[in-house]
Design a binder for this molecule. Structure first.
Ligand code: 5RP
Length: 262
């Protein structure tokens, strides 16, 4: 029941409800991953049922694919879609330029490929994701399992020459084993505290053999929809800098929603 939601879940829900207004019938839509994106997928499913919205969804993870099918969204692969009208996804951090850190859920590789293949990327977030400088959230770096310890050592060596405040690198675990991405790869989380130049950082770290992709999204996000626990939403546009403010009422009709954990 939506009235039982915590303020943070309400914030994610109202951001999602506003963001799915950008979706029009006939669109091919990239579907993000994470607890915020899960709300968005449910909101889109609701529009498919209530309005007969015709869309094809390209999921950014196997778990989003499962949820999309469950709520009645037609799922196609990125290769079938070739190019997308819009991607809507969550984030772990966004800065004033709308550059992002993503990959807390371990899906940033597919997320970056899908967002880059879209005319527009809209990010949905609660206000806690807003930062002045990226890096407090550990930066996920996807690496192939072959020689991962050598790759980690090379990342640590490379960090010595980069302008960051922390340099601890940790292999992400999952119940005593390494966490595996949808591609079967590992993730090394970089505890950087503050990244002075995210654009340069991203280019340098991706040069290391064994690194597949990092979670920095530079110049990819076009707008962010920020939700608040009291129903307020702000839409910030990256290119114009314009901010639209509004409010989303959560009504009885939203009672099909249940608290989503990811
Ligand atoms: C997954 C992601 C997510 O978008 C990010 O971790 C935010 O997740 P949540 O909405 O659960 O806070 O990048 O790889």
């Amino acid at each position: 029941m939506t009235q039982d939601l915590s303020p943070i879940e309400k914030a994610k829900l109202v951001a999602s409800k506003r963001a799915v207004d950008f979706v029009e019938s006939g669109m091919k839509v990239g579907l993000g991953t994470g607890s915020t994106a899960a709300w968005m997928v449910r909101c889109l499913g609701e529009r498919v049922h209530r309005e007969g919205l015709r869309i094809k969804g390209v999921p950014t993870s196997s778990r989003t694919a499962d949820l999309a099918r469950e709520v009645g969204i037609e799922v196609i692969s990125l290769d079938e879609a070739k190019w997308l009208d819009l991607t809507i996804d969550g984030t772990d951090e966004f800065d004033p330029e709308l550059n992002l850190i993503k990959g807390g859920g371990g899906a940033h590789l597919w997320e970056k490929i899908v967002a880059t293949a879209s005319d527009r990327m809209v990010v949905i977030a609660d206000v806690s994701k807003q930062v002045e400088a990226l890096g407090a959230f550990p930066l996920p770096v996807e690496v192939i399992p072959f020689g991962w310890q050598t790759t980690k050592a090379l990342i640590e060596e490379t960090l010595e020459s980069l302008d960051v405040l922390g340099r601890e690198c940790v292999l992400r675990g999952d119940h005593g084993a390494p966490f595996r991405t949808d591609e079967g790869n590992f993730i090394i989380d970089l505890h950087l505290k503050r990244i002075a130049n995210p654009r340069r950082f991203s280019l340098v770290i991706n040069q290391i053999p064994g690194v597949v992709e990092n979670g920095l999204f530079i110049d990819i996000c076009d707008a962010v929809v920020i939700g608040h626990g009291d129903g307020r939403v702000e839409v910030r546009d990256a290119s114009s800098g314009e901010i639209e403010e509004g409010r989303i009422e959560i009504g009885d009709g939203d009672n099909l929603f249940t608290d989503i954990s990811d």
